[in-house]
Structures are given as C-alpha cells and as structure tokens.
Design a binder for this molecule. Structure first.
Ligand code: HEM
Length: 200
C-alpha cells in the first residue's frame, strides 16, 4: 500500500516528530523529578552522592536543547484542529495549560542552571561538552535558586498530572481523539483518502 508517514503536524493530528518530542520530554521530566527527589535523601558517604547530581544536570541540559528543538518545531508547524464538541472554555484552559507547561519547564531549567553555576564552575555534560557559568555573583544564589527550583518542580508535576488526567478523561469518558492524536501518527494515502486521514 502506498502510504507515507506524516512528519509534520496536520489539521488531523500531530506528526511523528511532535509526538516523539512530546513523549521524550514527558519521560525526561518525570525521570528528572524522580531522580531529583531521590538525590535529596543521599548522604555524603553514599556512592551516588556525586554521580546522581551529575546525571541530573547532564540530562537537564540535554532536555533544554530538546526543548529548543521542540519550540522551533512548533513554530514551523500548524497546531492540529481542536476536537469538535469540546467547549470554548475547555479549549482555552487546555491551551493555557500547554503554555504554562512550557513556561514552567524553562523557568525550572533556568533555576537549575543557577544552582549549578553558583560556585562559578561550568556544567559538564557527560564529558561531551561544558556549559559555562555566566552568572555566579547573585547574593545567596545557590539557596534562593534551590528553593525556586523545588517549588517550580512541584508546580510543574502538579500541572503535568492535571494535564495527563485531562487527556485520560478525554479518552475514556468523552471518547474523543485527543489522546489518540498524541499517540498515533496520521498517514497519508494519496488515492484512497483525500478528505479524511487514517491513523496507524
Ligand atoms: C510531564 C510531562 C508532560 C509535559 C511537560 C507535557 C507537555 C505538553 C505540551 C506542552 C503539550 C502541547 C503540545 C503543543 O501543542 O505543542 C502537550 C500536549 C498533549 N499532551 Fe502532554 N505533557 C506531559 C505529559 C503527558 C501525559 C502523561 C499525557 C497522557 C496521559 C499527555 C497527553 C497529551 C495530549 C493528549 C496532548 C495533546 C492535547 C491536544 O492536542 O489538545 N501529556 N503536552
């Protein structure tokens, strides 16, 4: 059968690239939160005391780069149509939630950067490259950035949980395509389906 996978978004749904980026970011965010929580319980004599924060920072920097790609990709793609039958207020709330998820994530990464660079040392990313410390002279930088990082992480996880619950409600209660749009890639079948798109 002559079908082609859609890499770009279309009015019918998210394309392959947006779907992969969404789930990679979701996995990284949840993983970093779990790792960060676990790290806070480690003592100086624990063998992970130094390694865990190195991994947390390295993945955080890679996540930042991935988010830049995601935002750029979003900028050159259209957003899929909203589900028919969903009220105006609900659509506005969903869009505001998505925007806030992006804002919280960038603020969280900025505060993490400020904690790591408070002592003037660059961040080493798995020995591949270093991110220089550009800001290290803010008074009480490490403590203040640490507190902000903690509350932002809690806020992001709470909002992401609400966002995930809303997606599950759409899927299991409203039985619409909201979650399926983020799980399945629409395929293009040139002859057979021109007005409607199939999903794989
Ligand atoms: C912690 C992790 C997560 C973050 C940071 C996150 C973030 C986002 C963002 C920013 C969007 C908007 C995409 C865009 O238009 O550019 C989005 C869409 C979406 N997310 Fe998540 N998400 C996370 C986890 C989840 C989970 C666990 C689920 C499902 C159970 C989910 C389901 C969806 C769905 C279905 C959409 C499409 C909504 C629509 O088109 O109206 N997300 N997510």
């Amino acid at each position: 059968m002559n079908v082609s996978v859609k890499y770009m978004n279309s009015p019918q749904g998210y394309g392959l690239v947006a779907i992969i980026l969404h789930w990679l970011v979701a996995l990284a965010v949840i993983g970093l939160f779990a790792l960060g929580l676990w790290m806070t319980g480690l003592t100086y004599y624990d063998e992970w005391y130094r390694r865990a924060p190195e991994i947390h920072k390295g993945i955080g920097i890679l996540l930042f780069l991935l988010m830049l790609v995601r935002v750029a990709w979003r900028g050159i793609n259209l957003s899929p149509n909203d589900e028919p039958g969903v009220g105006e207020l609900q659509i506005r709330l969903a869009h505001a939630t998505h925007l806030l998820l992006y804002v919280l994530l960038f603020a969280l990464m900025a505060s993490g950067y400020l904690i790591s660079t408070a002592d003037g040392r660059a961040i080493d990313v798995f020995g591949w490259f270093e991110v220089p410390a550009l800001l290290s002279d803010i008074p009480n930088q490490e403590d203040t950035a640490g507190r902000v990082h903690w509350y932002l992480a809690l806020a992001l996880m709470a909002l992401a949980a609400l966002h995930a619950l809303a997606a599950l409600k759409h899927h299991f209660i409203d039985r619409d395509r909201t979650l399926r749009k983020m799980l399945r890639v629409p395929v293009h079948q040139p002859q057979a389906l021109q007005s409607s798109e199939k999903e794989i």
